[in-house]
Design a protein around this ligand. Structure first.
Ligand code: ARG
Length: 485
């Protein structure tokens, strides 16, 4: 019996190596990337949806949806391979990292093949060829007739892109502003922070349509057209084969032209700024109010607890509370937000949504400030009150509850109102981790509207209305309390 098994094993091994010898592809055809996609039944496409007409967000029946050439291509790939499609929208410069760590399966984000990127990932056949142009202000067009005219000037480009590299390499002594999202580099140009922004031609054309004050400068970059491809992890021959099959068909049937037309339609304007984007801001307002309200309420409960620890006679507890307060007040909120966001997955292995992480960070941060507010409020009550109440026979808890606290509340409430106002403004920081509050939605609208400025003004006005209304309400309440004295 044993012998038979042994012989069988030897035969299979021999056969196996014979086959690999004859057909080296056979062993190379291992593709764990493709296996995982197939098992999941879902293709996770990473992209940066700030890049019309290739990928952007459009509004259909008040809902956002992804649109653009890359989205159509992704849909076709999914359909051809009987897979569901999941779009994962992130910053362009995090895409390669996400692909290498397996957070996404492929990158379809208008990505140009470059020698540096080829070291990290593999690319399919090209589905598009593009060249670069320099956007300038129309009024400046005559000043810039040659790349040399940009020598020593400030140029913007999207971070991590080929355009950023070109700005460094092809313009002498250039000062490059690398901005996370493309709309930001257009805003830099419009507001005069830079004199030019390098973009790919189809994208530049989309922006020209919406921004009549911009124009292409009459300059030529060194390289002519470069290939745009899909990126896959290294050693993914089967993924490449399937992707290339679809790309071949797309190229043969000129489908990209069709996708471009579709994208142009999806970019069509109808209605004014508010009918089109109002829903984003309303969603933003709701979330901003939600997270800051939960932030102050739970922050107050936690803060009251910390304050009680701090005024505790038992020193170690009081020190602990002091450390908590000092640490939270002495570190930037942005850092705290990131620690909660990445800490929950990296350190605790939990998959917590950005909204919850953002709210937790706000609660923790505000609890430190509120603890101090409460402590100061209690301390402000005259010491004699405690002594008097105690000598009348009330115990500590009774004294706190019916003598000290009612007076302390009058000091605490107004300060708590201020903290709420602060929190509404500070909550904009959680937009960085993708919580859909006002600032986040303003950035989304920047991307879809090709108007980098108006959404910021709208956001500012909204924050102001919220905080102003709140402080009016607070002074009303304060007036009432004074009257009741
Ligand atoms: N083609 C350029 C590159 O690969 C820019 C692509 C930017 N894509 C985007 N979705 N923002 O570097």
């Amino acid at each position: 019996m044993y012998k038979i098994i042994k012989i069988l094993i030897v035969i299979t091994l021999l056969l196996g190596s014979a086959i690999t010898y004859i057909n080296p592809i056979a062993s190379a055809e291992e593709d764990s990337n493709w296996n995982k996609i197939k098992q999941r039944g879902e293709l996770r496409v990473g992209l940066s949806a700030d890049y019309a007409p290739l990928e952007f967000e459009k509004i259909k029946n008040g809902k956002t949806d992804y649109a653009g050439v890359d989205i159509e291509l992704a849909k076709k790939i999914a359909k051809d391979n009987h897979l569901k499609l999941k779009i994962i929208n992130m910053q362009f410069d995090s895409l390669l990292g996400a692909l290498k760590t397996g957070k996404i399966d492929v990158i379809i984000s208008g990505m140009t093949t470059t020698p540096e990127r080829k070291k990290e990932v593999d690319f399919t056949e090209p589905y598009m060829m593009t060249n670069n142009v320099m956007l300038v202000k129309k009024s400046d067009k005559n000043k810039y007739k040659d790349l040399k005219d940009f020598t020593g000037k400030k140029i913007a480009a999207q971070k991590g892109t080929d355009q950023e590299k070109i700005a460094h390499n092809e313009i002498k002594d250039s000062q490059v502003s690398s901005l996370n999202r493309l709309p930001e580099s257009i805003l830099a140009l419009k507001s005069g922070k830079v004199v030019g922004t390098i973009v790919e031609k189809p994208v530049g054309e989309a922006y020209l349509k919406q921004n009549p004050e911009l124009e292409f400068a009459d300059v030529k970059f060194n390289e002519e057209k470069k290939p745009t491809c899909i990126a896959v992890p290294k050693n993914s021959p089967i993924s490449l084969k399937h992707l290339n099959q679809t790309i071949d068909e797309v190229n043969n049937k000129n489908l990209i032209d069709k996708y471009m037309n579709q994208a142009a339609q999806d970019m069509q304007d109808d209605g004014n700024f508010f009918t089109k984007y109002g829903s984003f801001f309303i969603k933003g307002i709701k979330n901003t109010i939600l997270i800051s309200l939960v932030g102050v309420i739970l922050g107050s409960i936690l803060g009251a607890f910390i304050a009680l620890l701090k005024i505790n006679k038992f020193k170690p507890l009081s020190w602990l509370a002091s450390i908590y307060i000092e640490f939270l007040r002495g570190t930037p909120m942005l850092v705290q937000v990131f620690i909660v966001f990445f800490g929950t997955t990296a350190a605790l292995g939990l998959d917590v949504s950005a909204l919850i992480c953002g709210t937790i960070a706000l609660i923790i941060n505000s609890s430190a400030y509120i603890a101090e507010i409460i402590r100061a409020g209690i301390n402000a009550v005259d010491k004699g009150q405690m002594e008097a109440a105690r000598s009348l026979g009330l115990n500590y808890i009774q004294t706190m509850k019916s003598v000290i606290m009612p007076q302390a509340i009058k000091n605490i409430l107004p300060a708590l109102g201020n903290e709420f106002v602060t929190l509404i403004k500070e909550s904009s920081i959680v937009s960085t981790i993708g919580v859909g509050e006002i600032m986040f939605n303003a950035q989304v609208v920047q991307g879809i509207s090709f108007d980098p400025f108006t959404p910021l003004i709208v956001a500012a006005v909204l924050y102001f209305i919220l905080t102003f209304a709140l402080s009016r309400i607070m002074s009303l309440v304060e007036g009432r309390m004074k009257a009741s004295d």
